[in-house]
Design a protein around this ligand. Structure first.
Ligand code: GLC
Length: 739
């Protein structure tokens, strides 16, 4: 479809293109043959509203498949699974006439209290970025645009439309931007959604550093920057910062403000043309006009995908898989009224919903049920618990389904606890049941402490989408061997979490005081125990990892090879996790960081050697003084972990790293000058030449002297009493370093 050249349009028409034509669509230009493009949520299904529209999931939407939300997909550690979800969501988008899907959400899980963690993948930027990129590529392969969101540092819901995320640049670069960077540079999404919040005081929608300097100039993004719904404050400032499309629309007042700003010379018309051109570029993504119902077979696919997201946290006394023909007591209202998605803009009108109880009964065997509690208070607590205990006593295994109600966009959680009646129910059941299995159906991590030791087995089912009930039955029965791994640490206490003292902030600011030490980066660096570490996940089979080899392939890269063997008696999938540990460089590094991973399916006895590249970024830190990613020369230990806490194999290598590109200046410290390979010797020579005999004797007598003055900026050092060097002397030495 040939798009009109914005230069051929009137300024008024161009300005009108830069806001939605309605709540969910871009503005059509009929006379120019420009159709409207529908943008809608996402991420784990299509929320297509035809009549009343809202951005919080209140009003009705068309039936669509609710696939596993990101909290589940993140736990799969499987980019092929993430891609499959993207492909199926893309198919349903076309069926429902949607051109751009508002997803994936890739914000980092800075605190387990963030109410929207169910919509995000992980506490780790590599895992988030790899899965998000796979989703975007697959979605867009269906001829539908993706919108990676919420750019950036939108890690809480409290005060989200005004709060300033105060984050130092190294932390932004190493933790909160990399998932967006990977997706933008590798998967080239049609759009990026600017977040509601401020970043270091400047609204994300008006943040030139974020939207233009980083996103476009550094990462080469050529798509559309769209606002979050209702996020735009100053439209002209947003446009100048790089925000192309204000949603929702229309907004005649802001259109007029843009026209006025151009007419008054405040805004260059070329900026309007460029944004209009990018918005017009979406028109090639118009959804399929021949709209159809979503394919029924997607439900079965959703069940397969969900099963590989389930994490087996604990499995003592061979509690799982459930023994065939055993008597199973299913307990808990979440077995009949499942939690399978969160509330808010991602809430899908599911085509159907599996319940764990029905799915377990369909698998056969003796299955009894007791609600045990009612979240809406309609059951007598004593009677319902006594009923549950009676049912549990008569079974071989009690499976207690617990979870959270009301996890939603717009609100953060205040603690990690499950409701008291659920915690008490687990303990009461475990007192009488021969074996007790607890199934968690939550959008984020919860505390397991009050009943952890009472349970023989614990399954983290997360929110698995509409087919989650069937998926859980498949895992509990052993039809599927669980292969999920934690994408977020499970702490012992909320107080142990690195953001505890600063989340969710105060007086309009949230200080990211923990810096890069987010999640496992914190726990492993300070040696803080957790209940279950990032990367943890059990299987019904066993695996062995050996034959690790690490070959250096350059000054800043290496290749890892490791062999994984299925040492058990049934097929299973294993996640190879490669971390890098180092103290190289002038900054504090986390104890280890995830730098590569892959999931392998192995038959009993089968071995597979996997080869994983560690490119430059796997060894880098972001140097804020040099304004670039830097690989420091030194020792790097490549570690294969069962999880972030348990290393099963490691090998150290030495990397030359970057030539010392330290750019000296008069503000560099004396120590930096003396350490510089070129300037150092010249400066030492000049100092020696200008020193008196007494000064030379003092210096020899007090070798510690240089350490005391090493941090003084060279410019100030010149003014020390007795100093014979001049600023011209330093300037001459500087010149030698730039030749
Ligand atoms: C919401 C969300 C965003 C969503 C948009 C449209 O407030 O923050 O993720 O895509 O509005 O519903």
């Amino acid at each position: 479809m040939q798009q009109p050249d914005p230069a051929a349009l009137s300024l008024e028409d161009k300005a009108s293109l830069l806001a939605g034509g309605d709540f969910w669509s871009t503005r059509p230009l009929d006379e120019a043959g420009v159709p409207a493009v529908v943008l809608t949520d996402g991420p784990h299904g299509i929320r297509r509203q035809r009549a009343d529209a809202d951005h919080l999931g209140f009003h009705a939407s068309e039936p669509a498949t609710c696939f596993p939300p990101a909290v589940a997909v993140g736990s799969s550690w499987d980019s092929e699974l993430a891609a499959k979800v993207g492909e199926l969501v893309g198919r349903e988008a076309r069926a429902l006439g949607v051109g751009v899907v508002l997803g994936p959400g890739v914000n980092i899980k800075r605190s387990p209290l963030c109410g929207r963690n169910f919509e995000y993948y992980s506490e780790d930027p590599l895992l988030s970025g790899v899965l998000g990129a796979a989703f975007v590529r697959a979605l867009q392969s269906q001829g539908v645009g993706a919108t990676v969101k919420h750019f950036a540092a939108n890690n809480q819901e409290t005060g989200r439309m005004r709060v300033s995320s105060d984050v130092d640049e190294r932390t932004l670069r190493e933790i909160y931007l990399p998932a967006f960077e990977r997706i933008v540079t590798e998967a080239r999404p049609a759009a990026v959604m600017a977040a509601y919040n401020r970043v270091n005081g400047v609204p994300a929608s008006e943040n030139h550093w974020l939207l233009t300097e980083v996103l476009r100039e550094e990462w080469g993004f050529e798509g559309v920057v769209v606002s979050d719904w209702g996020a735009v404050g100053d439209r002209v400032a947003a446009l100048a910062a790089g925000l192309d499309l204000q949603m929702p629309g229309p907004d005649a007042a802001n259109d007029a403000a843009i026209v006025r700003a151009v007419r008054e010379g405040v805004l260059d018309e070329a900026v309007v043309d460029a944004s209009a051109r990018r918005v017009l570029g979406l028109t090639g993504l118009v959804g399929n006009s021949a709209e159809t119902a979503v394919p029924a077979e997607h439900h079965a696919l959703a069940r397969e995908l969900a099963a590989d997201c389930v994490v087996l946290l604990k499995n003592d006394n061979a509690a799982l898989p459930l023994a065939e023909h055993s008597r199973v007591a299913v307990i808990g209202e979440f077995a009949t009224v499942p939690a399978f998605q969160g509330d808010g803009s991602s809430r899908i009108n599911a085509t159907r919903v599996d319940t764990p109880l029905e799915a377990l009964r369909e698998l056969g065997g003796t299955v009894t049920y007791a609600a045990g509690f009612a979240s809406d208070g309609t059951l007598d607590p004593e009677e319902s618990r006594e009923e549950a205990v009676r049912v549990a006593r008569e079974a071989d295994t009690a499976v207690v389904f617990v979870g959270l109600r009301g996890e939603t966009e717009g609100t953060d959680r205040e603690h990690l606890e499950l409701p008291a009646e659920q915690r008490e129910l687990v303990r009461a059941v475990a007192t009488v049941a021969p074996r007790t299995v607890v199934v968690l159906t939550t959008g984020g991590v919860v505390s397991l402490e009050e009943w952890h030791d009472d349970a023989d087995a614990i399954v983290a089912g997360w929110l698995l989408g509409q087919a989650g009930g069937g998926a859980l039955a498949d895992v509990l029965s052993g039809a599927v061997n669980p292969s999920g791994h934690l994408a977020e640490s499970v702490p012992l206490r909320l107080e142990d979490t690195p953001s505890y003292l600063t989340f969710p902030g105060e007086a309009g600011h949230v200080r990211y005081g923990e810096g890069v030490m987010v999640g496992y980066r914190h726990y492993e660096s300070v040696g803080r125990a957790v209940r279950y570490p990032f990367g943890h996940g059990l299987s019904y089979t066993t695996f062995r990892t050996d034959n690790l080899s690490v070959d250096v392939t350059g000054d800043d890269s290496a290749t890892v090879r490791v062999t994984v063997t299925n040492t058990g008696d049934r097929a299973g999938k294993h996640v190879v996790q490669v971390y890098v540990a180092t103290t190289a460089g002038p900054v504090r590094r986390p104890a280890r960081e995830l730098r590569a991973f892959t999931k392998v399916a192995l038959r009993p006895g089968e071995s597979r050697t996997v080869e994983l590249p560690l490119e430059r970024r796997a060894f880098s830190y972001y140097d804020i003084e040099q304004g670039r990613w830097t690989v420091a020369s030194g020792a790097y230990t490549v570690q294969v972990g069962e999880n972030a806490s348990r290393v099963v194999a490691e090998q150290s290598v030495t990397l030359a790293g970057d030539a010392d590109g330290t750019v000296l200046s008069l503000d560099s410290s004396l120590g930096e000058w003396l350490a510089h390979p070129v300037a150092g010797p010249l400066l030492q020579q000049a100092l020696d030449a200008g020193a008196t005999e007494e000064q030379r004797q003092q210096s020899e007598a007090n070798s510690g002297l240089i350490h005391m003055v090493a941090s003084i900026p060279a410019r100030q050092f010149l003014h020390f009493p007795g100093m014979s060097l001049s600023i011209d002397d330093l300037a001459r030495i500087l010149e030698t370093t730039t030749r």
